[in-house]
Write a protein that binds this ligand. Structure first.
Ligand SMILES: *Cc1c(COP(=O)(O)O)cnc(C)c1O
Length: 412
């Protein structure tokens, strides 16, 4: 297909219209631009039963609701439709029903996180518009995905990370071809350096929501859920929220499918999960505010959601409000406890952000905000092995005395 159904871009705050046939960043009011499609035309051209190109790998199967026109500009590293993994033993332990907690394991995507979705789209569009240098501030996963896709596309890339970003992430970014720098600040400080360096360097800023296409990539999580639930949806979705691209993107997907008349079901309640050490959205939600305040001294083991200020704050809060969801913060100790427990009980190692959604599910179940009969999808946004893990101390000495085999049969 060499056409798209994109009609224009629209400021997410004011509704002002912008052309979609050239490179765009933020709107004049410094807010995210959203991609709009000619859905009436799409609906006339494609039947619902033809929408999903099942023979195409990963999210490129939904191309008629994506902005990339030429197949040769689709920058791909072998994306997959990520599985919904039931955690039944754990569900029973928490007092839920088996089959009702499904973890969408985004760690299976290229570069080990769902940042692949957004950055694949952003890089594909950058290639479409002939951009030759991309820059991004990152807590790790976005930088890794950007570096990988930019390199694949033959585009130069620069990545700035807070100095305490998990080491494995920083190193993978560098190996995947980005010029990589450690910054003595947080992600918003890195973002400032990139925004202010635009003129001097000529790079294009692909920060969260500062260009229109990462949301379109993240939207594919919602499209995949529709496919996996066969044109239905779960009752509730738990999403670990940093910049919020995913929660905004999924909601956008549902809205587009509703407008196309392709889904009739009730939409899920969207639960925004943050860490207690960095919870600007939860704070704004509890106060009933439209925008969130900058969170001072942000800290959490869940690096991917250590985002003190989100440019799409009002969009995230809107999704939570419109969907009848809520926003909830989890402390680091509980996050790690849930990660460790699930790994030991079910052999499934979540990332800390994913573990936060499991802890949040438990909180909501206890508070009656979720019913045990409801189907919940929890997002595990990255592979658990990208994060620091506890060390192993037990040793076997093969040069010493006879080995004491009773050590191996002791309980763990
Ligand atoms: C980026 C990231 C998040 C937050 O995603 P947003 O859509 O930007 O809110 C959550 N978890 C992990 C592992 C991430 O890398």
């Amino acid at each position: 297909m060499s056409q798209t159904f994109v009609s224009h871009l629209e400021c997410s705050l004011t509704g002002k219209v912008y052309p979609a046939d050239c490179l765009q960043g933020l709107s004049d009011s410094n807010r995210p631009l959203l991609v709009r499609y000619d859905l009436a035309k799409l609906e006339k051209s494609i039947k619902r039963s033809e929408f999903i190109a099942k023979n195409v790998d990963g999210f490129w199967r939904y191309s008629s609701l994506l902005p990339v026109s030429k197949p040769e500009n689709r920058i791909s590293l072998g994306e997959v439709v990520t599985p919904l993994v039931p955690v039944n033993q754990f569900a029973l332990k928490l007092g839920a029903l088996p089959g009702n907690i499904l973890v969408k394991d985004e760690g299976r995507l290229p570069t080990g996180s769902f940042k692949a979705r957004g950055l694949s789209l952003a890089v594909s569009m950058a290639k479409t518009f002939g951009v030759d240098h991309l820059a991004i501030p990152t807590n790790g996963n976005a930088g890794a995905a950007m570096a990988a896709y930019a390199t694949k596309a033959g585009i130069r890339s620069t990545v700035l990370c807070p100095a305490d970003t998990p080491e494995i992430n920083v190193r993978e970014i560098q190996l995947q071809g980005a010029k990589t720098f450690l910054v003595n600040g947080l992600i918003n400080d890195c973002a400032k350096v990139i925004a202010e360096g635009k003129e001097k360097t000529g790079w294009f800023d692909v920060s969260t929501l500062k260009e229109p296409y990462r949301i379109e990539g993240k939207k594919t999580m919602g499209l995949e859920l529709i496919e996996q639930f066969q044109w239905e949806l779960p009752d509730v979705i738990f999403y670990p929220t940093g910049g919020g691209t995913g929660i905004i993107g999924m909601w956008k997907a549902f809205a587009e499918l509703k407008e196309l008349g392709w889904i009739k079901c009730k939409l899920p309640r969207m639960i925004s999960v943050q860490a207690m050490g960095c919870a600007p959205i939860v704070n704004a939600w509890e106060k009933g505010d439209e925008f969130a305040e900058l969170w001072e001294n942000a800290h959490t083991v869940a690096a991917g959601i250590r985002v003190p200020v989100a440019i799409g704050d009002f969009l995230i809060l809107n999704v939570v409000r419109e969907s009848g969801g809520t926003a909830i913060a989890i402390d680091d100790e509980t996050i790690i406890q849930f990660r460790d427990d699930l790994a030991k009980d079910e052999g499934f190692l979540l990332c800390p952000e994913g573990a936060a959604t499991l802890a949040a599910y438990h909180e909501c179940l206890k508070k009656g905000l979720v019913d045990k009969n409801e189907k919940a999808v929890l997002f595990n946004c990255a592979s658990g092995i990208k994060y620091p893990l506890p060390p192993v101390y037990d040793r076997v000495d093969i040069e010493g005395e006879a080995i004491d085999y009773s050590r191996f049969t002791d309980a763990i």
